[in-house]
Design a binder for this molecule. Structure first.
Ligand SMILES: [Fe+2]
Length: 258
């Protein structure tokens, strides 16, 4: 089982949610933790440090990708010249991969300094991910981790404006080479959609877009509680929501196309 966290936004984190995640990791059979970006609120050294300390404290393998909050907003020189400098001090590569007993997980960096919130991917990234999927173990559930969603429901306030421009073209290639799920954040809202149906990808299996809310931040979307997801290797997704009274994450309802 994978634990999917997103939008931790260290600098605006709730200690109660951090404690609840630590407890969750002790209670569930988690193979690895994946975090789909926005590790920090303002890409500050102290915020990355706190995030790294927290992820290390879970004592599980983990994989992270940057979000739009993980490059400096006000430090203009650094933003222009080395936008990922502080991120990479703590987390190294912008596109790591991780393999567990049941999962093959690839990180994809969708952040560009010119498009502060809008996701962007290149043709070269599409080809590189495609080659990795082709070479991946056939029996493992194949997951791509990126910050921005490749699909948002039409009624969402972000609409499609924050989806990577080449997202649909990428999905057409990747789904033919076994991609099972895309895990993302950015919208601070949980959902699951089958992109195979929505985009008519002609894959022989579902291609899930799994959206995680913010697991730890005070920056909540329309008053929704903090949340996290679990993903099993048979494609089952569960959303868990923070219960302030019980100080733990409690299972909610996860429906495809909810
Ligand atoms: Fe965020």
């Amino acid at each position: 089982m994978l634990l999917h966290l997103s939008d931790l936004h260290f600098g605006t984190e709730k200690p109660s949610c951090l404690a609840a995640i630590r407890k969750f990791c002790l209670e569930y059979p988690i193979e690895a933790v994946v975090v789909s970006g926005d590790l920090t609120q303002r890409a500050r050294l102290s915020q990355f440090y706190a995030c790294k300390q927290f992820l290390d404290s879970l004592k599980l393998p983990y994989l992270v990708v940057p979000g739009n909050h993980d490059i400096p907003l006000y430090a203009l020189w650094q933003r222009a010249v080395k936008p990922f400098y502080t991120y990479q001090l703590f987390f190294g590569s912008l596109e790591s991969s991780l393999e567990t007993e049941h999962f093959y997980i690839l990180g994809l960096n969708s952040i560009r300094r010119r498009y502060h919130t809008k996701g962007h991917i290149s043709v070269e990234q599409i080809q590189r991910i495609d080659a990795k999927l082709k070479a991946a173990p056939a029996h493992k559930y194949k997951v791509l981790l990126a910050h921005q969603p490749f699909y948002t429901p039409p009624h969402h306030r972000h609409g499609v404006k924050d989806c990577p421009i080449l997202g649909k073209i990428a999905l057409e290639a990747w789904s033919q080479n076994g991609l099972n799920a895309l895990l993302h954040g950015h919208l601070h809202q949980s959902s699951v959609h089958d992109l195979n149906q929505i985009y008519h990808l002609r894959a022989q299996h579902p291609v899930l877009a799994i959206q995680a809310g913010t697991a730890t931040s005070y920056r909540l979307h329309q008053g929704l509680p903090n949340s996290l997801n679990t993903l099993c290797a048979n494609g089952t997704v569960q959303h868990y929501y923070f219960d302030a009274l019980r100080q733990c994450f409690v299972q909610g309802v996860a429906n495809v196309d909810d």
